[in-house]
Design a binder for this molecule. Structure first.
Ligand code: WT7
Length: 629
């Protein structure tokens, strides 16, 4: 399963394209199945459906945990590092992980959770977040992890959409020197969530919480009393493993569904090959389990490989901006995987936060979530990797489940700001706006994939049509990623960013429509249009153009109120960086907002707006240009 040379990569890639079924059949043989598959893959991108390892049965937790016990019961699965620098850490062996997951699974069973039920997880970065995910998988319940920075309204929307039965949360969370009361957020959210029958509340901060006896249950009163063995539920390969909500260009966030067999095979395969993880290495991914990176490359991928990983509760800048580097030295981290936005932010804090640390344990660096600009790549390479660590720039999406385009650390060539080559099993294709394939090298187009890989999105929860519409109708017979992409003279891929109305703010995916709908809920706002613009640290910032007829000029009260309504309805991560009050928006005669023009203005490229003759009222453009903030 492990590729160790460029030549082996080429051989594997060729086989994966010419004989995909044989290729994945052989990879899948590396896992524990209760029953093997009848067919490797069955798919149709026209009337979208896909099935991997049909007829097989398994339990992913058996593969993440039990399978390792005979030879690594006492090896460390996770090292948990607290938000507080001087607080004791916690080491969790594979045996302890087994016991904790089983107890949590039995606790869920006690509350009546059954195979197929949905469980919401709203927790900070504590080991119990991972135990909870695996506990669901153990009993066949479907987890829906919600990032614990989302507001009550966002949390409620996600719980309602998939009708979660239980929510696992904590009293609060530590974020640097701040404490957030998460239980209050949960209480507010579940007022509109009749499907919730109980909450399980973990004590993290010892905040005072409103506790409803009988409905709210303390984790510590329940989980430790449960048995430390729970028989794994036998799951069909295509049974749902989890739902994870993500933003799109229209409407509410959609619940991306991943299933057991294919997701297991693909996350394990990509973890081992991209990172080239070896026994005794210490791997650290700084993502939160609330995002897909945390699912695939904190929880499932590393455990499937029997790895030792760090789980870090805190933020990069507490108690100071050297915290990441301090943790790397403390645990002799060999593999470090983070986002460009964190690299840029830490670079801006000054090299004096890096120089006190050796960083000599590092072997491989990773980047994920957004395009990494050359300056950030070089800073990372020079100051963190000391020019001796390969950097894997991993391109993928919530919908892809695992990494699709990336170099393999030290095995295939790297090129700054390029994700480089597709992984075996991945067949990228560039198309123009009409859907014609762009062939040859040194070209640019819309990135699509023409053959399924095992962890491709199966559906959007409760609405399969939406899944088809979003990913499989723009270009017939292709999975459309929503990203623009260049292919260089030697076939390396460079992702240039979204070509749809999705923004990428500090690696967080936010739909323009979601932010607009939050802004429009303000009583003084009639209409708004939101676009992304280049931002030095965040990659993209949010620029909002707002029509508020009762307000005559840029009004700071309205601006403050808009920021607060967006935080309340979505999350502080979706707050506009710039708000401009305008009297009208550039619309076509059919009433469509021309975002292309607004994007140019937000970028500051005001003299290069292109053709504006199709606008209903071209004068509005002059006004917006003048009032630019
Ligand atoms: C979007 C997916 C993949 C886990 C985190 C984000 C952008 C992601 C890269 C990269 C350039 C990247 C794309 C993609 N993106 N990784 N290495 N280089 N762009 O998952 O929230 O589903 O967002 O993030 O635009 O479509 P997500």
């Amino acid at each position: 399963m492990r590729i160790r040379s460029f030549q082996e990569y080429e051989t594997a890639y060729k086989k994966s394209v010419e004989q995909p079924e044989n290729f994945w059949n052989d990879i899948a043989e590396n896992f524990t199945w209760y029953k093997k598959w009848d067919k490797v893959v069955d798919w149709d991108f026209k009337d979208y459906k896909v099935k991997w390892f049909e007829g097989a049965s398994l339990n992913i937790t058996e593969n993440c945990i039990d399978r390792h016990l005979p030879h690594k019961a006492n090896d460390i699965a996770f090292i948990w590092e607290s938000n507080f620098d001087n607080a004791p850490n916690r080491k969790i062996t594979y045996q302890q992980l087994h016991d904790e997951v089983c107890k949590t699974a039995n606790a869920l069973k006690k509350l009546g959770v059954k195979k197929g039920d949905r469980v919401c997880i709203y927790l900070p970065m504590v080991p119990q977040a991972v135990y909870s995910m695996l506990a669901c998988a153990r009993i066949g319940a479907i987890h829906s992890v919600v990032f614990a920075g989302f507001s009550a309204a966002s949390l409620a929307g996600r719980i309602q959409d998939c009708e979660c039965k239980i929510i696992i949360c904590s009293d609060g969370s530590y974020r640097g020197d701040k404490i957030l009361n998460l239980k209050n957020v949960v209480d507010e959210a579940i007022e509109t969530c009749p499907s919730i029958t109980n909450t399980i509340v973990l004590k993290v901060t010892n905040e005072l919480v409103d506790f409803k006896v009988g409905f709210d249950i303390w984790w510590n009163d329940l989980v430790p009393t449960c048995d430390n063995f729970c028989k794994p539920e036998i799951m069909d390969s295509e049974d749902e493993l989890f739902i994870l909500y993500t933003s799109g260009s229209t409407g509410k966030p959609k619940g991306v569904v991943h299933t057991c067999g294919g997701y297991m095979v693909y996350t394990a395969y990509t973890f081992v090959n991209v990172f080239q993880y070896d026994a005794n290495d210490i791997y650290w991914c700084t993502a939160d389990v609330g995002w897909i990176t945390g699912h695939s490359y904190i929880t499932y991928g590393p455990l499937l490989a029997g790895a030792t990983s760090i789980i870090y509760e805190g933020v990069p800048v507490f108690p100071d901006s050297g915290r990441f580097w301090k943790i790397i030295d403390k645990y002799k981290v060999t593999h470090f995987y983070t986002a460009p936005t964190a690299i840029r932010a830490l670079e801006a804090c000054g090299i004096e936060f890096v120089t006190p640390y050796h960083l000599s344990s590092l072997k491989v660096l990773g980047s994920v979530g957004e395009p990494i600009n050359i300056e950030a790549w070089q800073w990372y390479n020079k100051n963190i990797g000391k020019e001796k660590c390969p950097i894997v720039d991993t391109w993928w999406q919530t919908e892809t489940g695992g990494i699709l385009i990336s170099s393999l650390a030290g095995v295939t060539p790297q090129k700054p700001s390029y994700a480089t080559l597709p992984l075996p099993g991945v067949q990228p294709i560039l198309v123009d706006d009409k859907g014609n394939e762009i062939i040859g090298n040194n070209v640019e187009g819309n990135l699509c994939i023409k053959y399924p890989w095992p962890s491709i999105i199966r559906t959007t929860f409760g609405d399969h049509d939406r899944c088809k519409q979003t990913y499989f109708t723009t270009y017939p017979n292709l999975y459309f990623t929503g990203d623009g992409c260049k292919r260089d003279e030697t076939g390396n891929y460079r992702i240039t960013g979204r070509v749809d109305d999705v923004m990428n703010i500090s690696g967080h995916r936010i739909g323009t429509a979601e932010v607009e709908s939050a802004i429009n809920s303000h009583a003084d706002v009639v209409e708004s249009a939101v676009v992304g613009y280049p931002h030095d640290i965040k990659g993209q910032g949010i620029y909002a153009f707002v029509i508020a007829p009762s307000i005559t000029k840029n009004n700071s009260t309205l601006t403050t109120e808009i920021i607060s309504v967006v935080s309340k309805l979505i999350s502080p991560i979706a707050k506009p960086d710039k708000i401009q009050i305008v009297s009208g928006l550039p619309k076509t005669r059919s009433g469509k907002i021309m975002r292309r023009i607004l994007r140019k203005i937000a970028e500051g490229d005001v003299n290069n707006l292109g053709d504006i003759s199709t606008l209903l009222d071209p004068n509005v453009v002059e006004e917006i240009k003048k009032g630019r903030v």
